[in-house]
Design a protein. Structure first.
Length: 183
């Protein structure tokens, strides 16, 4: 059964992952992790008609794991002393991302109060939805709903404020400075 799933979905999942990470070798690694997860968890799939969304959900989680791991390795390097400064540029955070982060933070704060706090905790502080629900004494479903609505509103605001293009492994941003993030 796993072989059949692999043959049927491998190409479309790989394309999906490439669209999110922009690198074929990284996408292939993530796809491998996806199918390892599929092998481990296929017995938990109760409704076989929901195979496709289940596979894409695993892909999304593995992509998120990849970016979290990438972020963690960057954070770990920040406190490290680098003896050979000729290689220091490899570890610097891309300067083009900083204005974007500033805009995102401003735009999150500009969301309605019910959404901004939840989105800030979920996206910037990376607090789990369950923890936010307990902290704010609201249901988990309410947290997920607010995060989703907040993300949609944030996306609209960000698209109106900034031009964002993914170029190679970097991000090309141009802020139209409509969100109050002027230097």
């Amino acid at each position: 059964m796993i072989e059949k799933i692999y043959r049927e979905f491998q190409q479309q999942l790989l394309k999906f992952i490439i669209s999110k990470v922009g690198d074929l070798s990284i996408a292939e690694d993530i796809l491998q992790e996806v199918f390892i997860q599929v092998i481990k968890k296929i017995d938990t799939l109760e409704n076989k008609t929901k195979l496709t969304p289940w596979l894409y959900q695993i892909c999304r989680h593995k992509i998120i794991d990849y970016y979290r791991l990438k972020k963690l390795s960057t954070v770990c390097l920040e406190g490290t002393h680098i003896d050979d400064w000729s290689h220091a540029a490899e570890y610097d955070r891309p300067s083009e991302v900083e204005p974007l982060e500033r805009c995102v933070s401003i735009l999150i704060n500009d969301l309605p109060d019910k959404l901004s706090g939840v989105v800030h905790k979920s996206e910037l502080q990376e607090i789990k939805h369950k923890e936010i629900a307990l902290e704010q004494a609201i249901s988990l479903a309410a947290v997920k709903s607010r995060v989703r609505r907040g993300r949609l509103q944030l996306k609209e605001k960000l698209e109106a404020c900034c031009h964002i293009a993914f170029v190679g492994e970097g991000v090309d941003t141009h802020c139209q400075q409509q969100c109050g993030c002027e230097d």
